[in-house]
Design a binder for this molecule. Structure first.
Ligand code: CTP
Length: 409
């Protein structure tokens, strides 16, 4: 491979190192980043220097690692560093560093760079198990993730002082994989496209505490939004389940089919693709009790009424207003999956149906894997054998956007 064709060629990565026993592993990360073609500036905290020496970083990167804010001989001002970075990786990120980043504290070269950058930030956490599980650390990680930054969970293994537990810095492959995902890979295939994804099973209220629900975990829908983001798209994830922050995606939390319909219909005018992964309940209680239904009133009879078919409604509007929009539906079936899928492809006038038999081992609700058929309006059918939901997501997005873009009649 020539250096220009290396995956991180031309990318400027700031490698932040904070003070934990795992700091020595950042040397390996520095080497790997450079092998991938990145131009790396190491930035160490004062306490990192208790664990690793600046000369190692200088020798490997060819640059003096930055530590202090106010040294006249430091060649790059901290704000410039943040502004010029394509990505900031902090490995290890200690509890202290995470707390500062969550609070926006900038009191040394590393924290100032973090607050001064608009580039993606990846933080690989490493600390003692008790610290990782402490409510303040949990809250800080949640805050950081909600802002769209990536925190890599620590792994289980040997820790400082001979203890064993969660807290060990993730393996270099995992950390480098996250960097590549943020910076490299597909990256731009869906740039400029707006993708609206729905996820999870709707909850149809009976009274203030009860609902009718289904077994959909939302994992496949979340994976579609994550993959679309990785391919460069922006969009919205309309979800009934908790989802991580996804860069470039608006998270819209809904519960019922009616709320989901509003969230979808109000965004139709800007979308390039609609992927309806959600398991929308076909029926809802006709009336929702104001107060909790009490046992002493006897077993209630709950009358159901039909919910709108969101996919059908959205497609009907899109076929008129935006014939070039790509519409993908899902069919979770328990019998004759393909036949039902074909029937829904025609009935719902979508471009593609993703069909799975949820009774198959490793497919469907709650699993991290899926095996599906992709059946398209152009008559093509392809099978994806048991694969991670992220892989299924990538394959279905590739196929959906590659379909013949003949507008619907
Ligand atoms: N869907 C929807 N609104 C509904 C029901 C379903 O938007 N009220 C969407 C789902 O998100 C999915 C597709 O339609 O993308 C197929 O859902 P499915 O429940 O399999 O279809 P139904 O038409 O409800 O058929 P069935 O009789 O098998 O339930």
């Amino acid at each position: 491979m020539t250096s220009a064709s290396l995956p991180l060629a031309g990318k400027h990565v700031v490698l932040g190192v904070s003070g934990g026993i795992a700091a020595y592993k950042s040397v390996e990360l520095l080497r790997r980043l450079m092998d991938l073609g990145a131009d790396v500036t190491p930035v160490l905290t004062r306490s990192a220097l208790e664990f690793v020496g600046a000369p190692t970083f200088r020798a490997l990167s060819g640059r003096d690692p930055l530590v202090d804010l106010f040294r006249a001989d430091e060649p790059i001002p901290h704000t410039k560093l943040g502004q010029g970075a394509d990505l900031v990786l902090v490995a290890p990120a200690t509890a202290n560093l995470l707390a500062k980043f969550a609070a926006g504290i900038a009191d040394d070269a590393l924290t100032t760079t973090l607050v001064a950058t608009a580039a993606p930030v990846v933080l690989a956490a490493a600390m003692h198990t008790e610290m990782w599980l402490h409510p303040s650390v949990v809250a800080n990680v949640k805050t950081i993730r909600a802002r769209g930054f990536r925190v890599i969970d620590p792994e289980r293994g040997r820790l400082a002082g001979g203890d064993v537990g969660y807290g060990r810095l993730a393996e270099p492959d995992v950390v480098i994989g996250a960097v590549l995902e943020e910076l490299g890979g597909a990256g731009s295939t869906l740039r400029g496209r707006y993708v609206l994804v729905t996820a999870g099973g709707t909850r149809e209220p009976i009274d203030p505490v009860r609902y009718i629900g289904n077994r959909s975990s939302g994992k496949q829908g979340i994976a579609v939004a994550q993959e679309a983001a990785r391919m460069g798209a922006t969009g919205a994830l309309v979800t009934t389940v908790a989802a991580p922050a996804i860069p470039g995606f608006e998270l819209v939390q809904v519960e019922s089919a009616l709320e989901m319909r509003d969230a979808v219909m109000s965004r139709l005018d800007r979308l390039d693709a609609l992927v309806m992964c959600a398991a929308v309940a076909d029926f809802r209680p006709a009336e929702v009790a104001d107060q909790k239904i009490k046992r002493d009133g006897g077993a209630p009879e709950i009358k159901l009424v039909a919910n709108p078919d969101i996919l059908a409604e959205a497609t009907a509007v899109l076929r008129r207003s935006k014939p070039e929009a790509v519409v993908v539906g899902f069919a979770a079936e328990t019998i004759d999956a393909l036949r039902h899928g074909e029937e829904k492809l025609a009935r719902k006038r979508v471009d593609m149906m993703v069909v799975n038999d949820v009774t198959e081992e490793g497919a469907g609700f709650g699993t991290d894997t899926n095996s599906v058929w992709l059946i398209a309006r152009d008559g093509s059918r392809s099978r994806i054998e048991l694969a991670a939901k992220r892989e299924v997501a990538a394959a279905l997005l590739d196929k959906a956007f590659a379909l013949d873009r003949e507008p619907h009649a």
